[in-house]
Ligand binder design. Sequence first.
Ligand code: ACO
Length: 402
Amino acid sequence: AIDISKLRAESSLITLDDGFGNTGSCASKITFIDGNDGILRYRGIPIETLAEHSSFVETAYLLIFGHLPTHDEREHFTELLTESSALHESMMKHFEAFPTNSHPMAIMSAMINSLSTHERPKIERGDDATLEIYAAKLISKIRTIAAASYKSSIGEPIIYPRPDLRYVDNFLHMMFSLPYKEYEASPEISHALNMFLVLHADHEQNCSTSTVRMVASGEANLYASCSAGVVALWGPKHGGANTEVVTMLQRMRREGLTPQELVNQVKDKSNNRRLMGFGHRIYRNFDPRSKILRKAAERLLNSMKIDDPLLGMAQELADIALNDDYFIERHLYPNVDFYSGVILRAIGIPLNMYTVMFTMGRTPGWIANWKEVHDNPGQKIYRPRQLYVGNPKSEWVPRHLR
Ligand code: ACO
């Protein structure tokens, strides 16, 4: 194993910060986090306020353009989203080519990248009007791709978007309507999903957003950069954690494990298990999104009269872990993924779509970060350094002598 602390001490010319725990890669005006006090603000507005009052569409506008939209700006952006919701007919054929049980995240990244094959976004630096058009296309089409990838994965006909429906309701329609039966979203479900998307819309320099900025720094186009973000989000330590939380709760139920027994398994490092949905690089006290989601999950389940044992198990698990020295010493608290799965389950979103839902939510944040890189006249290409620890010099051995 490489002894990082020894290397760090020996390195005189390069700052070695594995995992970039203390390295700022950019200056940004988009999102503020104070990990000690559990504060999260988009463009200065507290996340609690946005979760209560803002729609996902105006939150997206706020993140990308830096201010809350006026009435006219909001209407214009909404119109652009509506106009852009359909996919090019030839793109529909791509869905037919994916195997039926393909993971929707694989389809999502491939389809976003393939948007660039139809139209490569050409946006001049500082041209906000053109950026708005492409931002709306991406935010709108990601929703259509998400629903279509689900429909094709279960072998049902793809449902086309409806121009009379707003963002969240249109998504639910494309997910759950059938050719012979329209799905009608209840206000509670629309509200919960809207809040889910608002809470996921940005989170400064996380793994996927840093990836988008890195790709953008090489001047790749908006679609290509965001498709890289999708792939970075997929893993279980990042966006994939929302799926893992529910898988973990289901396993507890299946195996009859009590929350205390699971916590004990996690604490025993030889098991190499983590409490999914717990811990965060920046939040060392609590994740404000998790607090909002815990309440939202309770509210949604009550209003739908659903008694989901997984919510009770999650709450009990959190209460045990929050009072356990292992978690206290390491500053491990529930993160955004801990309760979000319970909400998605209640809405009827299947487990393999959870990270896709995260992708839909995070898209405005990626676009805002792409724009910040793109609009910066002095932007340097991202190019981290490394410490080489391989052989200093090796000899070439001819093939017949190896
Ligand atoms: N369960 C048990 N132990 C944990 C957990 C956890 N969820 N998270 C961290 N630890 C422990 C580690 O084992 C380590 O212990 P040690 O000091 O005895 O070696 C210590 O806490 C520090 O862990 P790191 O992995 O160094 O912390 P880091 O900041 O690099 O990782 C991360 C943050 C990836 C989120 C981690 O906490 C984790 O894996 N959590 C579970 C997955 C998860 O929920 N991810 C979603 C994060 S939010 C998001 O991206 C949307």
